[in-house]
Every structure is written in C-alpha cells, then in structure tokens.
Design a protein around this ligand. Structure first.
Ligand SMILES: [Zn+2]
Length: 260
C-alpha cells in the first residue's frame, strides 16, 4: 500500500497521509509498520504526513510519536465528554511539545474497519453537536476534529444518509480542519459536496481494501497457478493501490495540490 500510494502521489503531485491502524493490521507490529511509513514519507517528493489512526491512550500516542509519526489521533469519543476533554488536552500538550499534530474525535462514528460486517451508522443522538464541537476545540487546542454526521467505518449498508448541513454548521463554528472517517465506498458524485461542506481530511480504506481482494481474486482465477508465487501478489497489489489511489486523488480534488 505504501509503495503504491507514494507512486500515485508523486505522479499526480498529490499530498497524502499514510495512516497506521494497529487494530486493522494487528499482525504488523507498530514498531515495524509505522517507521516504514515514516521512512517512505521522508523520501517522497511530495508532502506526506504519517498518522496514528485511533490511538486510545496517552501511552499509545506517545509510542507513535517516538516512532516518528508526524500526526496522531487520540480517540476519546467513547469517554464521557469532560473526560474526553481532559485526556485530549493532556495529549495535545505533550504532542505539541514534540511538534506533532493531534486529531481528536467528538460524537461517535459507528462501525468497524476490522470486521467487514453489518455496520449501521450511529443514531443521530451520537452525531457531533456543533456547539459542543466549538467548545471542545477551544478547550483542547486540538489540530483536527473527526466528526460524526452519518459516516460509518466499514462498508455502508443501504443508502448512506450524510447530514452535510451539520458539517457546514460545524465548519462555520470551528477554525481547524474537519476529518471524515468512513470516507470510502460512497457514490463518486457525493465527494464534491462532502468536501464543499467542509471536510478537509478523508479516511479512505474499506472500499479500497475490499477492491484489492476482488482484483486479486480475478487475477488469480485468470492465471495459471503453477506460474505464480507470493512476489507476483505483491506486484499486483502495488499496481492496484497505485491505480486506485490515482483515481481517489482525482475524485477528491487532491491532484496538483502539492506545493513544489
Ligand atoms: Zn476511524
């Protein structure tokens, strides 16, 4: 994935964020996976950020910073509001001292990128409250805010109902970039309006991860099994992620956004 994304980013002059999520890839130790992404980011000819996705404790975030991540997420969305504020603020203070940006989450984004099961969006009661979002950002000094407005981790079931009016309201109340988790698998035509409503950072994995498997299956069926070994799978996947990343960069307006 790293190789394919970076090739696509350099070819299209698109800046990109490489995220490491220990829950999605538990077989890859963070001590290996994250430094690999950091190394790739440093060598890239376009701006590449590295990101710890869904850190759940001070210790996890501190470890990612020590391993070189340029940005981290502290997900305190399951905590009571005041506790989310307290822990996020503590982590922001530590991360900023290290020159690292922090994303926090307010409101609950349902579903899982790990289990490809029945993900229903969070009920509206768990959507991000705009006034609370403004207060949260002010009190925590966080750099990016992940919000809940009908987006869901994992595949969307049925017609997604995104509350873009809520995104616009939050956008008007907070000055920092807003992040959308669960950004893959939507109709191509939706992306311009999602971005126009105020989303700056889009998490794009599940649909791409499932597309990789579909592509691999198709290629394996067509190929003569005796002529294939593991390294052919790697080549096929680098090519897939390269092509798919180019398509997503075009779809989301990232092409040529890298400053020389
Ligand atoms: Zn997420």
């Amino acid at each position: 994935m790293v190789t394919g994304f970076l090739a696509a980013a350099e070819e299209t002059r698109a800046p990109v964020i490489l995220a490491f999520n220990r829950h999605v890839t538990p077989d890859i130790p963070i001590e290996l996976g994250l430094p690999l992404a950091v190394q790739a980011a440093q060598q890239a000819r376009v701006p590449v950020a590295t990101f710890l996705d869904h850190g759940h404790s001070f210790e996890e975030v501190a470890q990612a910073i020590r391993l070189g991540a340029s940005s981290v997420m502290f997900d305190g969305s399951a905590l009571p509001y005041e506790e989310n504020v307290r822990q996020t603020r503590e982590i922001v203070r530590m991360a900023h001292a290290m020159g690292v940006a922090v994303e926090a989450e307010l409101g609950s984004i349902a579903g899982s990128a790990v289990e490809i099961g029945d993900a229903q969006p969070a009920p509206e009661a768990y959507f991000t409250d705009p006034a609370l979002a403004a207060e949260f950002v002010k009190r925590t000094d966080v750099d990016v805010l992940a919000i809940s407005f009908g987006n869901v981790h994992g595949p969307y079931r049925g017609e997604p109902r995104l509350d873009l009016e809520r995104v616009r309201t939050i956008r008007a109340l907070v000055e920092i970039p807003l992040a959308m988790h669960g950004g893959s698998g939507l109709a191509d035509t939706l992306y311009p309006s999602i971005i126009a409503s105020g989303i700056s950072k889009l998490g794009y994995y599940t649909a791409m991860g499932m597309g990789a498997v579909a592509t691999l299956r198709r290629q394996l069926i067509e190929a003569e099994p005796a002529a294939l070994a593991y390294h052919h799978v790697i080549s096929a996947m680098v090519q897939y992620f390269r092509d798919e990343a180019r398509r997503v960069f075009a779809l989301t307006g990232c092409v040529a956004k890298a400053t020389p």
